[in-house]
Design a protein around this ligand. Sequence first.
Ligand code: PGA
Length: 249
Amino acid sequence: MRRNLAAGNWKMNGTAAALSELDKLATYLSPDDAETVICPPAHLLFSACEKMRGTGIAIGAQDCHSAASGAFTGDISAAMIAETGATYVILGHSERRDAHAETDSDVAQKVRAAWGASLTAILCIGESGVDREAGNALDIIQKQLAGSVPEGATGANLVIAYEPIWAIGTGKVPTLAQIVEAHDFIRAHLISRFGQTEGDAIRLLYGGSVKPDNAAEIFTAENVDGALVGGASLKADDFAPIIKALPQA
Ligand code: PGA
């Protein structure tokens, strides 16, 4: 049985004042709600972890370097993230694949680094609008899964977020049938690679323009175990209804 997960990706938004949204979110949630993780910008990780201790809300980072330490100006290692108290890290987000030219093999190395620091990786995959239009979505997903998911994936160390690039921040959402097709495809891939037990245990999130008014329909899909939410995770008043739309598991 997979526990549903709502993950909020704040991207490069939020100064210390935004931490009050975490306090507010914590007052809205009960232990029966889906597991919740917020991924704020790196400078807020320590204080977010302090604030959320004992609330059940987990904290994650948005990227890590694949090396343990060294001359990598501006980067942060998985162990550094773990030291803040964070337990998750988003890896391979399309904004990083694009703006930082991250390849599948770069992402796979980062996933291994995250595991080395006992972080759970939220690995993002998803096709562009051009690939979707050309009918290549599943081929792209297959290639990204093969290239960026390392051996050794389990339900405890990996979450996969399917985020069609054309749906991120655009207000466009795939049809439910397209979401079901992609998630069923990802599940089948994971089972064939990692066996029935682990393949079934890895949680699959949908991401891309999830809002309070479309979440419930998206969550009806059997292989959608939650959401990775950008814009609508910044305000507790928007994110809480999305979390509460997830069936309790
Ligand atoms: P969005 O972003 O919810 O603002 O579309 C999702 C994401 O990039 O993870």
